[in-house]
Every structure is written in C-alpha cells, then in structure tokens.
Design a protein around this ligand. Structure first.
Ligand code: NAP
Length: 283
C-alpha cells in the first residue's frame, strides 16, 4: 500500500511557518499586502477568492479585495492594475481567472509588475524559471515540489513524467523537476503511446484534466504518483486524473484528491506574497 502524501498537513505546516515570518516582518515595520481583483461573480471564482482571503487572514497578510462588475472595461481594469503596481504598500497583485469573455487575458497578466506577480504567470517570471533564475513560480507546480521535498522524496536523477503541458501546470512543473535535476519527459494530447512513457516514470505527475485518465496500467510498480486534476464524479465528490484505488496498490507514494495538491496551491500563493514583500524591501 502506498504512502499517502498529505497535502492538508504539509500546507498547514507551510502556513504556520509563513505566519511566524509575517509576524516578524510586521515587527520590523513591513505589512505584507495582497490585492485580489475579481471581475464578475463566477461562483467558482468567488469560492477561490474567498479561500485566498481566509488564508491571508490566518497568516496575517493584509488582503485588499477589488470586486468589479462583469461589464468592467479592459481600460478600467488596466488602470486599476497600474494603480496597484505603483502603490508601495501593495506587494502582490492577483487577477482571478477566468476573465469575462472578450477581455484579453494575456494583456492583463502582462500588465502586472513582474515584481508583484504572485501567480507567476508573467512572461518575465516564466522566462526566469526556464533560465534557472529566481522569480515567482506558478503556485500549483511549486506546491508539488514542496510536497515531494517535505515527504522525503528525492527528485535528483529520477525519471519524471509530466502528463500535460499547460502554461500554468504542465510546463512549469517540468521546468521545476528539471531544476531539481530530474530527467523529465512531457506528454500531451499528441503524444504517441502515452502508457509506454508513463510506465517509465519514477515520479508521475498527472495534470491532464481528464477524470480517471491514469489507471494502474500507466504506472510503474513503486512509482510516486502526484495527481493535480480536480473533477467531480457522479456522486458530486471530488476526484482527480488518477484512479486512486488502483494506483495506490502500485505506487510507493500517492497524493489523494481532495487533500493532496489542492491545498498546496494557496499555501504557495501565500509564500509568494511573503517573498514579494521581502524582495521589494530588499530583505
Ligand atoms: P489544461 O489546460 O486543460 O491542460 C491539459 C493538458 O493535458 C494539455 O496540455 C493537453 O495536451 C493534455 N492532454 C489532454 N488530453 C491528453 C491525452 N489524452 N494524453 C496526454 N495529454 C493530454 O489543464 P490544466 O490547467 O493544466 O489543469 C490540469 C488539471 O489540473 C485540471 O483537472 C485542473 O482542474 C487541475 N488543476 C488543479 C489545480 C490545483 O490547485 N490542484 C490547479 C490548476 C489546475 P495539449 O496541450 O496537446 O492539448
């Protein structure tokens, strides 16, 4: 039976560490501040934004909420981003995705100062990751690396396979595993014979966005299986890209859904906010 990688516990540890760090920063006169912009009232986005606010409250990060109507113009949103970029008391800026139809997501995300880009989506930060320099890293893949490290799973020299090549998960995930000296292969929708590749993996990260895609026959005996996918099954219960019941019999370690990668994303966002404040203050 596989070891369960407990994202709830590990994310709670990280949040406790950040809480102490934020308290110490406050004592030195620095109040870490995150600005969150939400356009419209997509119910899923409202839940995500609410969870981010709660995490900020717990850690002691000041959060500024900008809730703008669905029909907000691109110009108005860009003007708000410019204003927040210029404010010295704002360390991190997050624009909740998806944006309403018709808005140019790339344009908006590129307008956020790379120094305040706590989501790690700005091309400058993407570039820094790929040339192995310090910057902000997309929170979900950064969370996967923390899960592995804090569970005592070595990445160096391991055969790592990432299922998925999205800009927010698959690609940065592969870059991070490479930075940790893994040997990395990326599979995507045009990859031939995916199973023959995933079966080589010592560490398999599933970010394919398809419920139950990874069955036992995709997994090498003793592999570490990380499930990034989030779906709901017929009973409306959360589940992942991996068929957990099958995979846990073959894997040496595995993340559950829920309670695996999910809680790490917000913890890493909080970590990026603290990093932003320290970078801006030269601490
Ligand atoms: P995405 O943008 O839809 O990307 C899915 C990737 O999977 C694409 O690169 C696609 O390839 C690839 N793919 C699709 N079918 C495939 C197949 N049959 N074989 C191999 N590769 C295939 O999704 P995403 O944003 O990366 O998210 C992935 C999953 O993670 C989703 O379930 C999402 O909800 C979840 N997620 C979770 C968190 C979290 O906090 N836990 C955060 C973000 C996302 P192509 O590029 O060729 O189309």
């Amino acid at each position: 039976m596989a070891m369960l990688i407990d994202g709830k516990k590990i994310s709670a540890e990280i949040k406790e560490e950040l809480k102490s760090e934020v308290t110490a920063l406050k004592e030195q006169g620095t109040e870490v501040t995150l600005a969150v912009i939400q356009i419209g009232n997509d119910p899923a986005s409202t839940v995500y934004v609410g969870n981010k606010k709660k995490a900020c409250e717990f850690i002691g990060i000041r959060s500024l909420a900008y809730e703008l109507p669905e029909d907000t113009s691109e110009e108005k949103l860009l003007a708000l981003v410019d204003e927040l970029n210029a404010r010295e008391d704002v360390n991190g800026i997050l624009v909740q995705l998806p944006l309403p139809e018709g808005m140019d997501e790339d344009l908006i995300l590129r307008r956020i100062s790379p120094m305040k880009d706590v989501d790690g989506f700005h091309p400058m930060n993407v570039g820094l990751l790929n040339i192995g320099q310090e910057g902000f890293v997309s929170c979900t893949p950064a969370g996967v690396i923390e899960l592995l490290k804090r569970s005592g799973i070595e990445i160096e020299g391991k055969e790592c396979v990432v299922l998925g090549r999205s800009n927010i998960v698959g690609k940065p995930m592969a870059a991070l595993l490479l930075r940790e000296n893994g040997t990395v292969t990326i599979c995507h929708s045009r990859t031939k014979d995916v199973k023959s590749i995933t079966k080589r993996a010592d560490i398999l990260v599933a970010a394919v966005g398809k419920r139950g895609f990874v069955t036992a026959d995709y997994i090498k005996e003793g592999a570490v299986v990380i499930d990034v996918g989030i779906h709901r099954n017929e009973m409306n219960k959360l589940c992942g890209d991996v068929v957990f019941e099958e995979a846990e019999k073959k894997a040496s370690a595995i993340t559950p859904v829920p309670g695996g990668v999910g809680p790490m994303t917000i913890a890493m966002l909080m970590s990026n906010c603290v990093k932003a404040a320290k970078m801006q203050k030269g601490i």
